[in-house]
Design a protein around this ligand. Structure first.
Ligand code: NAD
Ligand code: MG
Length: 386
């Protein structure tokens, strides 16, 4: 039998991380784990380390790591602690592919480290490209490292793109479920609670992206992600509301042919595709049942009720520091919403205010982008006080 492909799973205790480990489990030895990294949920991390026996396990949050009993870790598993250790271990790991599945802009440094060491990145952390798109893509090119999308829309586009040439692409159509409030009036949106916003109709995901899906900020971030990942002009990216989440996105070619990728909404499929590309294999993802009647519907998004999409288009057009300002503001606004300190309907206007106020730079450095992301967070807290 061929040697297993070794992978690193950063954010292994999260929603994408856990699905990735299910893909590994279903791979019948084709995939093996070299590095597992988590943050606060150290009990789950220790459990995963016992089950998958990676070479390295990194607990990125020192405080949580200090409270955990690690004595049951297998002897051949080496424990490392802290954010710096995470970056060092990404460099040191013998993994061929790094699954970048940390949530938020914290994932950028990890994606960066993986690319710097020439490893292929299976990218779930869209914030890496939203904050640092041009720099991240440039680094990948320079190091000859591939970035394979895990985000279901981008995986669908990536799959569809293989049926034509890049110069034959007319536009890319990203599908959006529309989230739980697709049919809410503005008045109803004003009354949304944290529990309402955490109940997504078609996808089970971590809390931050679930809120992003409810505001449609997730789709805004995905517009920016698609722009950099596929080197598209912003006007080539459209969004269509597709509540069933069966068509994961589409590519329209010059001749008018539209190629779509369909499957049950289950992240194990795009994760596995990123790990086995350019091959496919049988796997753990659920399959479509074609003995049932399916109705697939598509409608244009309402930018009045969901202004996040407009911000996404603006930031994609502006480039430079706009993505970092938008992403940082959003991450902080979502965090304070989840704490019950900001109404749902204020999340996007808060982001807009901060995007407008930041001092735009068309060619920022990585350090500048990381600093700006921090500034945007502080601005959100200052907005709250006002
Ligand atoms: P999650 O909240 O379920 O998991 C996040 C993971 O990151 C956890 O393992 C957590 O321990 C770790 N983490 C958090 N902060 C960290 C830090 N500072 N340093 C190191 N590790 C840290 O999130 P998720 O839903 O799995 O999403 C992960 C990423 O994938 C996000 O960028 C999200 O946008 C993207 N994504 C998720 C889905 C999905 O279905 N869940 C789909 C597409 C894209
Ligand atoms: Mg997505």
């Amino acid at each position: 039998m061929a040697q297993p492909k070794r992978i690193a799973v950063l954010g292994s205790t999260g929603s994408i991380g856990r699905s990735t480990l299910e893909v590994v489990r279903a791979s019948e030895g084709a995939l093996a784990v070299d590095l597992l990294a988590g943050y606060r949920n150290t009990a789950a991390l220790a459990e995963q380390a016992r089950a998958f026996r990676p070479r390295w396990v990194v607990a990125a949050d020192p405080e949580s790591a200090g409270r955990q009993d690690w004595s049951t870790l297998p002897e051949d598993v080496e424990l490392r602690i802290g954010p710096e250790a995470l970056i060092e271990t990404v460099h040191q790991s013998a993994a061929e592919i790094v699954v970048s599945a940390i949530v938020g802009s914290a994932g950028l440094r990890a994606t960066w480290a993986a690319l710097e060491s020439g490893k292929t990145v299976a990218l779930a952390n869209k914030e890496s490209l939203v904050v640092g798109g041009p720099l991240v893509m440039e680094l990948a090119r320079e190091k000859g490292a591939a970035i394979i999308p895990v985000d279901s829309e981008h995986s669908a586009v990536f799959q569809a793109l293989q049926t034509g040439r890049r110069e034959e692409v007319r536009r890319v159509i990203l599908t959006a479920s529309g989230g739980p409030f697709r049919n809410h009036s503005s008045a109803e949106l004003a009354k949304v609670s944290v529990a309402d916003a955490l109940a997504h109709p078609t996808w089970a995901m971590g809390p931050k992206i679930t809120i992003d899906s409810a505001t449609l900020m997730n789709k805004a971030l995905e517009i920016i992600e698609a722009r950099w990942l596929f080197d598209l002009r912003p006007e080539q990216i459209e969004v269509v509301i597709h509540p069933q989440s069966i068509v994961h996105s589409m590519v329209e070619f010059l001749d008018g042919a539209v190629v779509a990728q369909l499957s049950v909404p289950d992240m194990k499929l795009p994760i596995q595709y990123a790990l086995t590309w350019p091959r496919r294999r049988a796997g753990a993802a659920a399959k479509m049942d074609w003995r049932q009647t399916h109705t697939l519907s598509f409608e244009p998004p309402d930018l009045e009720r969901f202004p996040a999409l407009r911000l996404g288009q603006e930031a994609a057009r502006a480039g430079g520091t706009a993505g970092a300002a938008l992403s940082g503001a959003n991450e902080a606004a979502v965090a304070v919403f989840l704490e019950g300190r900001l109404p749902f309907a204020r999340i996007v206007p808060t982001c807009e205010e901060i995007l407008k106020r930041h001092s735009f730079d068309p060619r920022p450095t990585l350090e500048q982008l990381i600093g700006l992301d921090g500034w945007a967070r502080e601005e959100v807290l200052r907005c709250l006080k006002r």
